[in-house]
Structure formats: structure tokens, C-alpha cells
Design a binder for this molecule. Structure first.
Ligand code: PMP
Ligand code: GLN
Length: 381
């Protein structure tokens, strides 16, 4: 294995799902729903297979999905994008992230991101030979530390890799925070790659603001999303990116040699999903919000300090109050202690102090599963 990939090992999601399978513990580690999404979307996939849409789709994605992505951006955000030149369908958001970073970073370029960060960011930046510069989001409110963010930028900054709503914190970046980031990107002539896969999973009537809607930012912004989260179909791996034609073409150039194309029959199914009425999108968020409430209440009753996620699949608890001093070690013991699996936030951090006693729990599960998990976690108290 090449030097720059040393230390990445197996992903924490795979390790923790294997631990859950091995021990029979409730898996609140890896973020995937235990209920299927809208029946219309599932039906559309079955139909696509039956209709023989099983060969290579076009390199940039099937036209009806690209049109549906453009229509979605217009409908929800009043953004105009051209389906032919400004959209690229990818194999999940993961490939969109990899294509963008590999297409846009020279070795030695710097990428600014927040920590904790989604695990593929660090690995992809390393693959590109680029350098990660991070700024912390601190438990429990995860506000931007402006001074450290400014310090993370330099004359070598090439990209900002943003994630809003944010995994693992459940934070939704405010318009003011996005303006600060956009201003710094402009000042340093950096491109913003913004991962918005949780765009529809926002709670309490909160508002997701896409970076590309801020005045003057579209021309330097690649926006990424995925059907996996919006339609509770994480195994389908239909993702996409959009932005100015020149940047999208750069990403497409790399993408064609990563997978060429993917997810054939799932592309028309996600196109169907993107065209469903607003109620479908909001009802998914409401169901998740109920799950959040069950889990966070349970964690608090177990005596843990818990953040209040505004979005996503995830809540973070501080396990120091039950005597834990190392989240990774604690997560390995948790199945034996109480029969639950979580993910240590420390593995998403460069600063060893930042996530030292923080554990992420997924609440994208059925209410009875979350209630049982909460009962088990209460035994920690
Ligand atoms: N970005 C974030 C922040 C995520 O949480 C995930 C997945 N869980 C991804 C990207 C990857 O999305 P996909 O499964 O569509 O590749
Ligand atoms: N994004 C999911 C999570 O954060 C997992 C994705 C994966 O397993 N790579 O849990």
C-alpha cells in the first residue's frame, strides 16, 4: 500500500457493522435506515429492471435523472442549472467527492475542512496527494471557530470541502456561517465542494441553505447530493454533483476512469423520487425527527450529555460521565456492556482531544429498535 494511504486501515463503518453482526448488538453505528423509502421509488426500480434498463447508462447519467436533478434544484432552491452541461451523476456521493477532489487538487494543494469530518474526506484528500487543513466544531453546539477557520486558509488553499447538514454532528450551517466560508474562499480564490447529502433530512422546521445559493458563489461551487439519504436507499449508490460547466467537466473527466458509470436501473428510480410531491420529502424528515427524539431522550436518561441534532441520521453523546476516557475503546466494549453499537467520533478528528469521549449514535431506525436501544443504554448510568 502506498505511503499516503498508510493508517487508513478498514473504515470504522465496516468495523462497527461487523462488530454488531458478530455480537448481535443493536447497530446504531453505520448510518443506514432499517425501513425502505417511498414505494413509488422502489416500484420504479423494479420497473426499470423489468423494462431492460440494465446496460451501461450514458457517461454523465441518464437524461431523465439529470433533468430531474436540475428541476429539483429549481423547485427547492430556485437555482437554475443546465441538465446537459452542469450535472454529473456518480456512484453515490462518495464518488462525487472523490472525482471533485482528484480533479481539482494538485499534489501539495491544501483542502480546508471542518473536523470531525466524514471519513472519506481524509482518505480522498490523501489519495490526491493534497494536504488537509481542519477547523474544529466543538461539542455540544458545534459552532464555527472563526479564528481557527481563518488560520486554516493559506495561499496554498485550493478547495474548501464543506458538509451541511453535517455528519457526524447533525449541525446545519447557518447562512451567516456559510457567508463567512464563502468570503474566505473568495479571498483565497478557492473552490467550494459542498456535500449536501442530508439536504432533506432537517428537523424542527429548520432550513438547509445550499452554498451555491449565496450571491456570487455558484461560479466556484460544486454541489453534491445523493439519493441514498433522501429516499432511504443507501445501497443504490446514486449520487450527483452540479456546478459551473467547466468544473463539472473536470470532475467528469476523472469520474469516467473511476467507475465510468453505475447504478443503471436505479437512476430512473431516483429520477422518479426527485419528482415526488413535497409531502414525501417532509414526511421522511418527520419520521427521522421522531427517531431523534426517542434516542436523545434515552441518552439523556442514561445520564449522558447529548447534542441536539438539527438534521441527519446522527446524535452525539459525551460518554465521559459514565467513566469512559477513550471513545474508540468504549465503542469496542459497548456491545458487551449493553448490547448496542455506536461509532467513536475520535476517528473523524485530527485533534485527539476533540472527539476523545464522544460517540455517534444513528437514529435512522424503527421506533421500537430505538426504544430498546435507549433502554439498554440506560444501563450505563
Ligand atoms: N457524505 C456524507 C456526509 C455521508 O454521510 C455519506 C454517507 N453516508 C456520504 C457522503 C456518501 O454517500 P453515498 O452513500 O451516496 O456514497
Ligand atoms: N455515511 C454512513 C455513515 O456515516 C456510512 C457510509 C459508509 O459506510 N461508508 O454512517
Amino acid at each position: 500500500l502506498i505511503d499516503r494511504m498508510q493508517g487508513f486501515g478498514a473504515t470504522i463503518f465496516g468495523e462497527m457493522s461487523a462488530l454488531a453482526a458478530r455480537t448481535g448488538a443493536i447497530n446504531l453505528g453505520q448510518g443506514f435506515p432499517d425501513t425502505d423509502g417511498p414505494t413509488q421509488v422502489l416500484e420504479a426500480a423494479r420497473r426499470a429492471i423489468a423494462d431492460g434498463r440494465n446496460q451501461y447508462p450514458p457517461a454523465r447519467g441518464i437524461p431523465e435523472l439529470r433533468a430531474a436533478i436540475a428541476a429539483h434544484q429549481r423547485r427547492f432552491y430556485d437555482l437554475s442549472i443546465d441538465a446537459d452541461t452542469q450535472v454529473l451523476v456518480t456512484v453515490g456521493a462518495t464518488e462525487a467527492i472523490a472525482s471533485a477532489v482528484l480533479a481539482l487538487c494538485e499534489p501539495g494543494d491544501e483542502v480546508v475542512t471542518f473536523e470531525p469530518y466524514y471519513d472519506s474526506y481524509a482518505a480522498t484528500i490523501a489519495l490526491a496527494g493534497a494536504v488537509r487543513r481542519t477547523s474544529p466544531l466543538r461539542f455540544p453546539d458545534f459552532a464555527i471557530d472563526e479564528e481557527s477557520l481563518r488560520a486554516a486558509f493559506s495561499d496554498k488553499t485550493r478547495l474548501v470541502l464543506l458538509n451541511t447538514p453535517h455528519n457526524p454532528t447533525g449541525k446545519v450551517f447557518t447562512r451567516a456561517e456559510l457567508e463567512l466560508i464563502a468570503g474566505l474562499a473568495r479571498e483565497h480564490d478557492a473552490i467550494v465542494v459542498t456535500d449536501e447529502v442530508y439536504e432533506h433530512l432537517v428537523f424542527d422546521g429548520g432550513q438547509h441553505v445550499p452554498m451555491a445559493t449565496l450571491p456570487g458563489t455558484f461560479d466556484r461551487t460544486i454541489t453534491i447530493s445523493s439519493g441514498g439519504k433522501t429516499f432511504a436507499a443507501t445501497g443504490w449508490k446514486v449520487g450527483w454533483l452540479s456546478g459551473p460547466a467547466e468544473l463539472v467537466t473536470a470532475c467528469a473527466t476523472v469520474k469516467q476512469f473511476l467507475t465510468y458509470v453505475g447504478s443503471g436501473p436505479f437512476q430512473p428510480a431516483i429520477a422518479t423520487g426527485l419528482g415526488l410531491p413535497d409531502e414525501v420529502f417532509t414526511s421522511l424528515a418527520h419520521t427521522l425527527q421522531d427517531g431523534r427524539d426517542i434516542l436523545t431522550r434515552g441518552l439523556r436518561e442514561a445520564g449522558l450529555a447529548v447534542s441536539e441534532p438539527q438534521a441527519t441520521y446522527f446524535a452525539i453523546a459525551d460518554v465521559s460521565s459514565v467513566g469512559a476516557t477513550d471513545a474508540l475503546e468504549f465503542c469496542w466494549q459497548l456491545p458487551e456492556l449493553v448490547g448496542v453499537v455506536g461509532v467513536p467520533v475520535s476517528v473523524f478528528c485530527d485533534d485527539p482531544e476533540l472527539g476523545r469521549t464522544l460517540v455517534r449514535f444513528a437514529f435512522c431506525k424503527r421506533p421500537e429498535v430505538l426504544t430498546e436501544a435507549a433502554t439498554r443504554l440506560a444501563r450505563l448510568a
